[in-house]
Write a protein that binds this ligand. Sequence first.
Ligand code: SAJ
Length: 437
Amino acid sequence: MVTVLLASKSLTNYYTDKYIGMQKSINTVGMIGLGYIGLPTAAIIASRGIQVIGIDVNQHAVDTINKGAVHIVEPDLDIVVRSVVTTGNLRATTTPEPADAFLVAVPTPFNDDRTPDLSYIKSAAMALAPVLEKGNLVVLESTSPVGTTERLADWLAAERPDLSFPQSAGAAADVQIAYCPERVLPGQVLQELVNNDRVIGGMTSHCAERASELYRIFVKGECIVTSARTAELCKLTENAYRDVNIAFANEMSLVCDPLGVNVWELIELANRHPRVNILTPGPGVGGHCIAIDPWFIVDSAPELARLIRTAREVNDSKPEHVVRKVLERADRFKTPRIACFGLSFKANIDDLRESPALHIVLRLAEEGIGKLLIVEPNIDELPKSLADNSAVTLVSANEALKDADIVLGLVDHTEFKTLDHTSLNETVVIDTRGMWR
Ligand code: SAJ
């Protein structure tokens, strides 16, 4: 998939633009966290001629990057990383080193009780504190509950009593601290990093202005400054908004089933209204953002965020609804062969994190109802959780279609949408994405 995209694009899209208004104050940047957000961000900043030191606790990621390669799949990222490592503008290490500015992009998962787990941010603060210097800027990018930037500042201040921080020294602080959420869509990260507007929240307006200087190095979109708390809630609001809207579509698909109405046709017709724009129902909401971030709002205001909580519950219940549907349809076969199209959390990516498709396949495997023929063109081997089960095999689309009693559409990958679905006429089809209508 990546190779095809690479061949068709010019590198100049990403990094030949001149960096206008470069401030002498930011010549080196430390990027803490080299994952799906940190690595592309580090590479793009490095491509603008800034010295970037990438920091990650994962030795494998560090070694891979230092060889000019990548440990994650994102279109074109390998080309940009290879280039900036070759020019010496990006280098990776496991321990922070002094720099003019630091960006923190580490995970913020939730605990079993759905309260936010800020331990990665705290560890990043502890690692960063010893190398902080007067004049530094620290920007948190991780999706975070409201108040986290202030907590980061407190953790840093506790470790470095010799430096002053905005919570006590205001604009005169030795270290400036801001929050600027990432907003990029997996699969389009390099374009969106450059073109999207950025919301930049400072602990003081001076902090916001300093952070804005940093982002203007590589952002063509607008850099809008606000308070850190507003920027934190803005990020959560964006993802909760999308979750609520997907939940509406998913709820309509549940309502349509017993009424005998085709939800895809219904949505297409309703969307003809000039002020209606219903999203697409599916097997559930996956990924490491939309399925998690709304809970941070619920955690902050449990009595008030009722719609947001219910939307999460609607979307989380969808995979089990699909499992029940498959079990009902499989009942008439002795040992049904079920072709499962797609495992990733959404179309045209290889990311299986929080994937409803994977959850559904795991549940079907657990039920032990027959043979599961998995088609997932973006992976070479099944995840460990499935690989050990002899009833589950990774096959090509043609092999799966040849043998299947039931065809289960889980992810609307481009290659699946263009399948000749007339061949499905004789088969039981459960199409959770409406791709074979
Ligand atoms: N989905 C549906 N129906 C839809 C749209 C999505 O079922 O109509 C499902 C997808 O299949 C997937 C999940 O929702 O399982 C999430 O996919 P997505 O494409 O909506 O979002 P992500 O998780 O890839 O990226 C989101 C983006 N946020 C918004 O669009 C508001 C991205 O801009 C954020 O940067 C990212 O979360 C993040 O990191 O927070």
